[in-house]
Design a protein around this ligand. Structure first.
Ligand SMILES: [Zn+2]
Length: 258
């Protein structure tokens, strides 16, 4: 299999097209045809992002991720993160369709200088939710910009899963975007191909499987992608890092479920 490759700027135009929203004027990417063909017209869409689960870590840990591996064998594209390949820049790209020069958000406390998917939803009388751990981009950027604040009750992935599924069951927003932050923390601490990161990768696969089952049962289409990858530094003090234009930092797998 040789999956097609797109830029991270294609994600927001894809979400807008799936949900039948107008195009984002500043977007430099275009809707991804394979995703659009499967998901167009879905009433609701959730975008789940296991932080830093790049293509190289995914391939290294493929045997530990039976759910994500099977989904990617059915449907997959590869996305290239925008630069710098860091979390706030790429999550802002996921909701605006443009790179840093367009949205201007280089840290999670900043506000984009262009409209986001949440603005399109509001104009259409619809609702979006941003979810993630307190203190992380999911809460500090996405939840702050969304109509529904999905800040998790605790700074861990279980609490992020809880808030996503609770909002999906109760408020039923048209769009959910969630940063699931644990993989990035573990890859920084242990290295993106470390044995010590393996349990977290297994846990993430099981979490994604549970979340996808629940969300599709509630009528959501789901897109799974990472914001960036990570590379091994060789420095025992900081074994995993990202931010550069290297493929390890920038290439991420993306799959979807109708
Ligand atoms: Zn990181």
């Amino acid at each position: 299999m040789n999956p097609a490759q797109y830029c991270m700027t294609s994600v927001a135009p894809t979400v807008a097209a799936v949900l039948g929203l107008p195009a984002l004027a500043q977007a430099t990417g275009a809707p991804i045809p394979d995703i659009l063909a499967d998901l167009r017209g879905a009433p609701r869409l959730a975008l789940l992002a296991p932080d830093a689960l790049g293509l190289f870590s995914f391939q290294h840990f493929a045997a530990d991720m039976p759910f994500l591996r099977a989904r990617c064998q059915e449907r997959m594209v590869i996305l290239r993160a925008v630069l710098p390949s860091i979390t706030p820049v790429n999550f802002c790209t996921m909701i605006t369709g443009c790179a840093l020069a367009g949205h201007g958000v280089s840290s999670r406390e900043m506000t984009p200088r262009c409209p986001t998917l949440f603005d399109l939803l509001a104009q259409a009388g619809r609702v979006g939710a941003g979810c993630g751990r307190p203190g992380y981009t999911g809460a500090q950027l996405l939840a702050r910009l969304a109509q529904l604040d999905g800040t998790a009750a605790l700074p861990d992935d279980a609490a992020t899963e809880e808030v996503v599924l609770r909002l999906a069951r109760t408020a039923r927003p048209d769009f959910i975007i969630a940063q699931i932050g644990g993989t990035d923390d573990h890859f920084h601490r242990f290295g993106p191909r470390s044995e010590s990161a393996r349990p977290k990768v297994c846990e993430m696969d099981q979490r994604l499987e549970r979340m996808c089952a629940a969300l599709t049962g509630l009528g959501y289409a789901v897109i799974i992608l990472a914001d960036h990858g990570q590379q091994e530094t060789g420095d025992p003090g900081h074994p995993g890092s990202h931010g550069s234009e290297a493929d390890e930092d920038c290439l991420v797998p993306c799959t979807w479920l109708g």
